[in-house]
Design a protein around this ligand. Structure first.
Ligand code: GLU
Length: 417
């Protein structure tokens, strides 16, 4: 995930510096923004099914808590690195600030391959990781959530472990929980639904009729699969290509989202789904479509392939899918990029709603969550778009100026800088 050229934290730091130049921030403020405030490296033993013990390595980074408790997901990935977690924690800081949530940014990760663990081993990894970081989390300190290869069941095990350490229930320590354990209605598809709200606004700006548009989706996990069904059901957009880590498929007349869903359930891949032709993952990125959704991992569009993008709008549901070099190329080409920490902020926004509901012990219905989410996403999109036009900068730089401006304001008021 973090090759030398595309180290995500180096990229995150470059983005901070670029924004600091635009805002004319003094050196001492840059210094604070460029580094995580705290980070924890943990090694914890887990009993495997065969009776042996394996030591797993995990991280939790509190990037900046000027605006409130740090917030961000936990990734389980074989190629997780501390620099990836640092970058993701920085991006969470800007994401929460951009959506005007009273939260800071954090992130966690465990180096492991969940596909190679039994359900029992996965439960023990989840519980022991939380045990290892339990002193550093809490509803007023740091609140984890799901991310790549973690899900509501894993959050349930984690919250149970935390509550047993505490000796009482405190569901607000983690979000993205199942509904019966204090989860919020609407959290499951929140990342994709929030992204679709920003796509709707972007389409108005570029004059694209979503009912006649075509879409290719890179990545078919939680965000990518919900993006497919929501784009179809909300706007009537035609999905013409999808891919996952195992391969890509396309169909010019439109892919049946239900078929893909069933095929992925049955075979754990989108490959060889009926009614589709096989293409390469790289071909998908260069397809002649109106909308390209990036819903996988970091560094998908780089200086090597950005020039081939034909889409009018790039929807960044993943974190960090576009490198700064690719950003420049896309801007020059006139592609409208909805930057990650705006586009995928629906997840953390509904996580925040979950925290509010947990704290008040009163639960909203799904309609209320959808309405509140839509309002938050639309407001944030408008603020970013307005800045990008005013200063003639790309949408990512515009999003940075809004978000970092708010974090700096909080740090200044607190007397830190
Ligand atoms: N992992 C998601 C993200 O990257 C959600 C984080 C959260 O809900 O705290 O935004």
């Amino acid at each position: 995930m973090s090759g030398d050229n595309n180290n995500p934290f180096k990229i995150a730091q470059k983005q901070i510096n670029d924004c600091a130049d635009i805002l004319g921030l003094k050196q001492s403020i840059r210094e604070v923004l460029l580094r995580p405030m705290r980070e924890f490296h943990v090694n914890f033993p887990v009993r495997m099914d065969d009776g042996t013990t394996r030591v797993f390595q995990g991280f939790r980074v509190h990037y900046n808590d000027a605006k409130g408790p740090t917030k961000g997901g936990i990734r389980f990935h074989p190629e997780e690195t501390i620099d990836t977690v640092r970058a993701l924690a920085a991006w969470m800081t800007w994401k929460c600030a951009l959506l005007d949530l009273p939260l800071g940014g954090g992130k966690g990760g465990v180096i492991c391959n969940p596909k190679e663990l039994s359900p029992q081993e996965l439960e023990r990894v989840s519980r022991n990781y939380i045990k290892a970081i339990s002193a550093f989390i809490g509803p007023e300190k740091d609140v984890p959530a799901p991310d790549v290869y973690t899900n509501p069941q894993i959050m349930a095990w984690m919250v149970d472990e935390y509550c047993s350490i505490l000796g009482k229930n405190q569901f607000g320590v983690i979000t993205g929980k199942p509904l019966p354990l204090g989860g919020s209605p609407g959290r499951g598809d929140a990342t994709a639904r929030g992204g679709m709200a920003t796509l709707r606004e972007a389409a108005k700006k570029v004059g694209l009729d979503l009912g006649k548009a075509t879409m290719a989706i890179q990545g078919y996990g939680n965000a990518g699969s919900y993006a497919a069904s929501l784009a179809e059901s909300l706007f009537g957009t035609k999905i013409v290509a999808v891919c996952d880590s195992k391969g890509a498929v396309c169909c010019k007349d439109g892919i049946c989202v239900q078929d893909i869903e069933q095929h992925k359930q049955a075979t754990s891949s989108v490959k060889e789904c009926k009614g589709t032709q096989e293409i390469s993952n790289e071909d998908l990125l260069a397809m002649d479509v109106d909308i390209l959704v990036l819903a996988a991992l970091e560094n998908t569009l780089t200086e090597k392939n950005a020039d081939k993008v034909k889409a009018k709008i790039v929807v960044e549901l993943a974190n960090g899918p576009t490198t700064p070099e690719a950003d420049e190329i896309l801007f020059r080409k006139g592609v409208h990029v909805i930057p990650d920490f705006l586009c995928n902020a629906g997840g953390v926004t509904v996580s925040y709603f979950e925290m509010v509901q947990n704290a008040s012990m009163y639960y909203w219905d799904e309609k209320e969550v959808h309405e509140k989410l839509d309002r938050k996403m639309t407001t944030a999109y408008d603020e970013v778009y307005e800045k990008s036009v005013k200063f003639n900068i790309n949408m990512r730089k515009a999003a940075y100026t809004v978000a970092i401006g708010r974090v700096v304001e909080a740090m200044t008021l607190r007397g830190w800088v």
